[in-house]
Design a protein around this ligand. Structure first.
Ligand SMILES: Nc1ncnc2c1ncn2[C@@H]1O[C@H](COP(=O)(O)OP(=O)(O)OP(=O)(O)O)[C@@H](O)[C@H]1O
Ligand SMILES: [Mg+2]
Length: 261
């Protein structure tokens, strides 16, 4: 029986690399023999699109077995689990209806705890080493659900002039969540979309190093293969195993795994 660790990838700053990191770290962990369940928590469906083609993703998103249906109370989370084409890697799809999730949650009792409760039987089954949740770029009741359901949070930050904007809000929000989930741990910040030659990469690293948070040593540089892989609904580690980003994501996954032990 496995001890399941739930990790979410959260940052209210859009485009910081949450979905890409979640997909590739998940795949790398699965490749290393870990049993991994991915949960697409975003109406943009980007995590689902990382593994399934558009037609399949839309069919899952419109169907009765996705995360929105679980939150609506008409589906069980376990019934929504889909196999991907990869061994050890499964996924719970999202829905475009997640755009209305805040209103959906509003009248519910204990509305911050719905995902945590839905996850209990999956955690108790001891089937997975890791459950990785991809969060949308918002800070509301839904992201609260994701954080409250998680053991650990990873914050992907883009190495860009605006990449650090909003990070203080993110930490303030996590501080408030601790009132509901005192055990929640910030595992660290992963720096994404790095161009080492640009000045603001240095500035980003300097600013981050002054913070009281772990910065993962393995940052990921900008690589055209990332988008090419996404276009084929595959993680870059599978699409182009020798590419720089594939190696960087693999090392990052190792670092995350070691830090979780
Ligand atoms: N290492 C990389 N090299 C090149 N492009 C990248 C890299 N990482 C991410 N991208 C691209 O940057 C964009 C944003 O990445 P991603 O969708 O993972 O961010 P996100 O934080 O999930 O965004 P959102 O806040 O909208 O959910 C995507 O188009 C993705 O293809
Ligand atoms: Mg995303």
């Amino acid at each position: 029986m496995k001890n399941t660790t739930v990790i979410c990838f959260t940052n209210n700053k859009g485009g910081s690399g949450k979905s890409t990191t979640c997909a590739n770290v998940g795949y790398a962990l699965a490749l290393s023999g870990k049993k991994v369940l991915l949960i697409d928590g975003d109406m943009q469906l980007n995590l689902s699109l990382s593994f399934f083609d558009e037609e399949e993703v839309l069919e899952m998103a419109r169907g009765p077995k996705n995360l929105f249906r679980v939150m609506q109370g008409t589906a069980d989370l376990k019934e929504c689990i889909r196999d991907t084409r990869y061994e050890n890697l499964r996924l719970i799809p999202s829905s475009t209806l997640m755009s209305g999730i805040e209103l959906q949650l509003l009248p519910k009792i204990s509305r911050e705890f719905l995902l945590r409760r839905a996850l209990l039987p999956i955690k108790a089954s001891g089937e997975y080493d890791y459950i990785l949740v991809d969060a949308p770029p918002t800070l509301g009741t839904w992201v609260t659900n994701i954080l409250v359901a998680s053991d650990k949070v990873i914050i992907p930050v883009e190495a860009s002039p605006w990449g650090l904007f909003g990070l203080a809000n993110m930490f303030e929000f996590i501080g408030e969540i601790r009132g509901l989930a005192p055990e929640l741990e910030v595992l660290g910040i992963t720096v994404t979309k790095v161009s080492e030659r640009k000045n603001y990469f240095k500035q980003t690293m300097e600013t981050l190093s002054e913070m009281d948070t772990y910065i993962f040593k393995n940052y990921v540089r900008v690589d055209v293969n990332v988008e090419k892989a996404q276009d084929e609904s595959r993680p870059v580690i599978d699409f182009s195993p020798r590419s720089r980003s594939a190696q960087e994501f693999t090392e990052l996954a190792k670092e995350i795994d070691e830090k979780c032990r």
